[in-house]
Design a protein around this ligand. Structure first.
Ligand code: AMP
Length: 611
C-alpha cells in the first residue's frame, strides 16, 4: 500500500497532477491508518535510505540500519538549537549532503511569533508533497460532509517575499514556499478551493493593500464564493474587522468601477482594474446588506450566500478568536484545518463535523516518523528549556495511550531527525490505528516567576474568564498578551488587553481580579498568598496596538498567513514591549480585595495610586 502511495507521489512530482478522486483518497487513508505501525516503520526506512549519505546521519553510526530501535539508539533528540550549526552551513552556501542526501536549496522561515525570533528550517519537494497529501486527505473527508462544487475560495492568504541567503539559498516562510510552488494553483483547483484573488494580490508587497483587494475580489465574486478561509483563523477575524472599517469605500469602488487610491502597488492596480467594472447594482446590494446587519452578526453568509463553511486553523492559540468568528459566520459551520508546522505536517482533520473546541487531528503515518515524549517524563524538568536529556524515552505512534499528553518529536524527509517540535498534544482516541490528537499548547512555559508554572492554555483560560466579565458591558477583548515584570520586588504578571470600546472602571477592576483568580496553579496561588509574587496587573492598550505588533513582525519577514500573536513578551523582545508600553492607556492592579487603577490619559486622576 505504502509503495502504491509512494509511486503516486513520485508521479505527482513528475508534474502530472491526477484528477481528485475523493473516494480513492479516503480509501487510501483508511488503509494506511489500519496498519499505522507498519507504515511508520516503512516511512522511517524510506527517509533513512533516501538520506543515508547525509553527513549528519553518517556521523551517528547507523551503518545502514533503518529500524526504529537502531534509530532511537543512535540518533539523539534535538531542538533547533542543536541543528543550527548544520543549518547555518547550508544557508552559507555549503552544497554538500549535510542533513539530506539531496542538498537543500530552499529554507523555510518560521513565523517566530511563538519564540521571539524566526528560525530557518530545511524545505524540499517532499515537504510540498506532504502538504498536498494533508490538504487532499482533509478535503476528502470535509467534502463528504460539506460538499462544494466548482466554486472559489475567498482565501485571506499572503505570501512573503522569497529572498536569497548570502550563500544563495532561497528562503521564505513555509506558506510562501507552498504558494510559490508551480503546482500549488492546479492542486487547489482540483480541490475546488482556488483563491478568487489573482496572484498579484496574494504576492503583493503591502499587506493592507492585499487584504483590501482580497475583500474586493470576494465581493466581486460573491455568488461564486463557496468557502472563506485562511491558514490561521486570526487572518479571517482581522479581515472582517477591517471590512467593518472599509466597507463603504469598497462599495464606492464597485459602484464606480474605480479602484481606491489606497491601492498604489502598480501590479495590483493593473490586475484589479481589469476585474473591477462599474456595478451600482452590486454596490447597492452590499450596502443594503451591511446596513441591515445587527452589529455585523452573520456578515459572512450575508455577503457570500453560497458559502458552505469557514475554514482555517482554529485550535490552540487561535481559540480566543472563535467567538468573533462565530459572530461573523452566523449559522455557517466553522471547520478547523489541519495540524502542522514549518517543520512539517503532522495530522489532518478527518472529523470536520466536530466544533473546533472538540476537534482532533488524525496523524498521517506516511508523511513522517513521529515519536511522543510522555509529559510525565518532562514534568520534573523545566519544560521551557531546551535541555537534552538521555533520560527521555519517547514512545512510538502505536504505543501512545488515550487520555495521555505528549510532546511531539518529528523525523521528516527534509533533514530533521528526532526533532522536538515543542508542542503538547493529548491523545483523544484512534482513527483505525493512528492516534487522533488534540492540540493542547506549546510546551514552553509562558508565565513563571518562581515555583509558579502557567502555560499558554492557562493564560487563555484566565482571559476567557475575565472576558465574560467584560461581556457584561457588551465589550470584547480584541487581542491580548502577557509579560512577567521583574523590575520591582516581588515580580508580578502583567496582562495587556486591547478591547473594542470603553468599559467602566468597576468592570475593568473586576476583570483584573478575575484574571488574578483564574490562575489556579498551586505554585501561583501559594506564592501570591505569601507575596512572593506581586498583584497581577491589567494594562489596557489603545485600539490598534496589536495591529502595530503585527506590522512589526511583518517588517521582520513574517507573513500574515502564519501570524500568531505572541502570548507572552519576554524581556529580550524589547521592540514589542516598547510598542505595548507606549500604548498603555490604563493600568489596573489587584490588591487582595481592592483593585486600583491609573489612567495614563488623565493628568490628575483622583483614583490614581501608582507612581
Ligand atoms: P509556524 O512556526 O508558523 O510553522 O507554526 C507552527 C505552530 O503552529 C505549531 O508548532 C503549533 O504550535 C501551531 N499550530 C499549527 N497547526 C495547529 C493546529 N491545527 N492547532 C493548534 N496549533 C497549531
Amino acid at each position: 500500500m505504502l509503495e502504491l502511495w509512494f509511486k503516486r507521489v513520485v508521479k505527482n512530482m513528475l508534474e502530472k497532477v491526477e484528477e481528485f478522486n475523493m473516494e480513492k483518497v479516503i480509501q487510501e487513508f483508511e488503509t494506511l491508518t489500519k496498519d499505522a505501525g507498519r507504515v511508520q516503520r516503512e516511512t522511517l526506512k524510506r527517509i533513512l535510505e533516501d538520506n543515508a549519505s547525509a553527513e549528519y546521519l553518517q556521523n551517528l553510526g547507523l551503518n545502514g540500519r533503518t529500524d526504529p530501535e537502531s534509530f532511537k539508539a543512535c540518533v539523539p533528540l534535538v531542538t533547533h538549537k542543536e541543528l543550527e550549526p548544520y543549518i547555518h552551513r547550508i544557508i552559507d552556501g555549503d552544497t554538500s549532503s549535510i542533513l539530506t542526501g539531496k542538498p537543500i536549496t530552499t529554507m523555510s522561515l518560521s513565523s517566530g511569533t511563538t519564540q521571539g525570533k524566526p528560525k530557518y528550517l530545511p524545505w524540499n519537494d517532499e515537504l510540498f508533497e506532504t502538504t498536498m497529501q494533508i490538504y487532499q486527505t482533509s478535503f476528502a473527508y470535509r467534502n463528504r460532509e460539506f460538499p462544494i462544487k466548482n466554486g472559489k475560495a475567498l482565501s485571506f492568504i499572503y505570501s512573503s517575499k522569497q529572498f536569497k541567503t548570502k550563500g544563495g539559498v532561497a528562503a521564505g516562510t513555509a506558506t510562501t514556499n507552498v504558494f510559490r510552488n508551480s503546482r500549488y494553483k492546479r492542486e487547489m483547483k482540483a480541490l475546488q478551493s482556488q483563491c478568487c484573488s489573482p496572484d498579484e494580490v496574494i504576492f503583493g508587497p503591502d499587506f493592507f493593500q492585499s487584504l483590501y483587494c482580497h475583500l474586493l475580489c470576494g465581493l466581486i465574486f460573491h455568488e461564486e464564493v463557496q468557502l472563506v478561509s485562511s491558514v490561521f483563523a486570526h487572518s479571517i477575524v482581522h479581515a472582517f474587522r477591517t471590512f467593518e472599517q472599509v466597507w463603504e469605500e469598497l462599495c464606492t469602488d464597485i459602484k464606480q468601477g474605480v479602484l481606491s487610491s489606497r491601492i498604489t502597488v502598480p501590479s495590483i492596480r493593473a490586475v484589479m482594474s481589469k476585474l473591477l467594472k462599474p456595478n451600482p447594482e452590486l454596490a447597492n446590494l452590499i450596502h443594503a446588506k451591511c446596513v441591515g446587519l445587527s452589529n455585523w452578526y452573520g456578515l459572512i453568509p450575508e455577503l457570500f450566500p453560497n458559502a458552505k463553511y469557514v475554514y482555517g486553523i482554529m485550535t490552540g492559540s487561535m481559540e480566543p478568536y472563535l467567538k468573533k468568528m462565530r459572530h461573523y459566520a452566523g449559522e455557517l459551520p466553522l471547520l478547523t484545518a489541519d495540524y502542522g508546522s514549518s517543520e512539517g505536517w503532522i495530522a489532518a482533520n478527518v472529523n470536520p463535523r466536530l466544533a473546533p473546541e472538540f476537534a482532533t487531528y488524525a496523524v498521517l503515518p506516511q508523511i513522517g516518523y513521529f515519536e511522543f515524549i510522555p509529559l510525565t517524563q518532562l514534568e520534573n524538568n523545566d519544560a521551557s528549556s531546551s535541555f537534552l536529556s538521555i533520560d527521555l524515552n519517547p514512545v512510538g505512534l502505536s504505543e501512545v495511550k488515550v487520555g495521555e499528553e505528549y510532546e511531539i518529536v518529528i523525523t521528516n524527509p527534509a533533514g530533521l531527525y528526532r526533532y522536538r517540535l515543542g508542542d503538547v498534544v493529548k491523545v483523544m482516541g484512534f482513527h483505525n490505528s493512528t492516534p487522533e490528537l488534540k492540540f493542547v499548547r506549546r510546551s514552553s512555559l509562558l508565565l513563571t516567576i518562581n515555583i509558579d508554572k502557567n502555560t499558554e492554555a492557562d493564560l487563555q483560560l484566565a482571559v476567557e474568564a475575565a472576558g465574560k466579565v467584560l461581556a457584561e458591558e457588551k465589550l470584547e477583548v480584541v487581542d491580548f498578551t502577557s509579560h512577567v515584570d521583574l523590575s520591582k520586588e516581588p515580580g508580578h504578571y502583567v496582562i495587556f488587553w486591547e478591547i473594542n470600546g470603553e468599559a467602566s472602571e468597576q468592570v475593568l477592576g473586576e476583570c483584573c481580579n478575575c484574571l488574578d483568580k483564574s490562575f489556579v496553579d498551586a505554585g501561583y496561588t501559594s506564592s501570591r498568598k505569601v507575596n512572593c509574587i506581586g498583584p497581577l496587573e491589567l494594562r489596557l492598550v489603545r485600539r490598534g496596538t496589536f495591529q502595530k505588533i503585527l506590522e512589526h513582525y511583518l517588517g521582520l519577514g513574517a507573513t500574515v498567513s502564519q501570524y500568531k500573536t505572541p502570548r507572552c513578551v519576554g524581556p529580550t523582545n524589547s521592540t514589542v514591549l516598547q510598542i505595548l508600553t507606549d500604548n498603555v492607556v490604563k493600568t489596573y492592579l489587584k490588591f487582595n480585595h481592592l483593585t486600583k487603577f491609573k489612567d495614563s490619559r488623565k493628568k490628575t486622576c483622583p483614583h490614581c495610586v501608582l507612581s
